[in-house]
Design a binder for this molecule. Sequence first.
Ligand code: PMP
Length: 416
Amino acid sequence: MSETKKSHKILDFDVIKIRNDFPVLNQKIYGKPLIYFDNAATTQKPRVVIDVINKLLSEHNSNVHRGVHYLSDQMTEMYESARKKVQNFLNAKHAHEIIFTKGVTDSINAVAFSFGELLVKENDEIIISEMEHHSNIVPWQMLCKRKGAGLRVIPFNDRGELLLDEYKKLINSKTKLVAIVHASNSLGTVNPVKKIVAIAHENNIPVLIDGAQAIQHESVNVQDMDCDFYAFSGHKIYGPTGTGILYGKERWLREMPPYQGGGDMIEQVTFEHTTYDDLPAKFEAGTPNYIGAIGLGVVLDYLTNIGLDNIKNYEKKLLNYGMAKLTVINGLKLYGTARNKTCIFSFLLDDIHSYDVGMFLDRMGIAVRTGHFCTQPLWDHYKVEGAVRASLAFYNTFEEIDSLCEALKEIQKMFS
Ligand code: PMP
């Protein structure tokens, strides 16, 4: 057992203390302690989030922006202060560059529609990559279909790293936008987004980054990255479901038309004509998920207090430990061996179907995901239908990785 593994407390990071913040982790499944390795699908919620939602619903509930009364004012203030927390977390220049959405999917669809209306026309091109989640493929395909435009795809090598030379070759005068995942949900690859943005900007092309699997592992600085849009989901960063963020540079958000009409996004409505409200309201039609947004703000404070660097260091140790242990299991094939990656292990075991592996792991108390993880074109690259995925978070432990490895060896014995 390595020194690092023996110690629950690495630097300033006490995983036992952290686990106590997440009530759901403290339970047994089929009589076995729960090992929750499905964090790329959704993350668990710390008590501060559960408590604030309970408190808001019990004591403060009222719709935002519309009331003259005390509760509505109070809720509006908390909602807008959550926006500022997101601004600080991303280091965005302005709070009005932060749009609350339902999640990454909603954010990308908003850009695909609004940016598409503004700038995309027949024969134009959108560049995505071979490792995108369906959420960063289908909205662009729909846009291309509407406008008669085309999709271009950056390939990756077998380790799961994007081929930047191929990317450069795809750029031309017809390219209108580049939309790339920051960290792959299937392979864990962390893409060199700053470089990808710089290459696009040399050609005056804006870039959208899908941050669904990066925001909880990396510290993201949108001004330094210089991306034009950045999207993430609250539920993947230990926050409430049904919350999400679209960051957009002021310049684009001002130019783009709204993608939904309704209450709260207007300045003046007549039957002949409507004028729209200023940012960010222009992109937030209808009653927002203000309780969720405030919960998201609370979790960002919680993570900032722990320290994103501490989280990253600890997860890196989990990653190295897991890679070392899994790669020596005979018959286990890992997918995603990029030099820069998050703590995601996708693999196939002998010729056992991924679904069977997942089912047996479940009976041992280990929650993983199986299948294509909404990245079917990515698996076409490897000529398989999908895999088993163990995706870790900062509340997972070295011992849980040991248990996974032991469980996989048992499954192999059962099938041999
Ligand atoms: N992009 C990536 C990389 C993802 O992992 C996911 C969720 N699996 C999404 C987009 C979509 O996120 P949501 O379902 O929260 O909108």
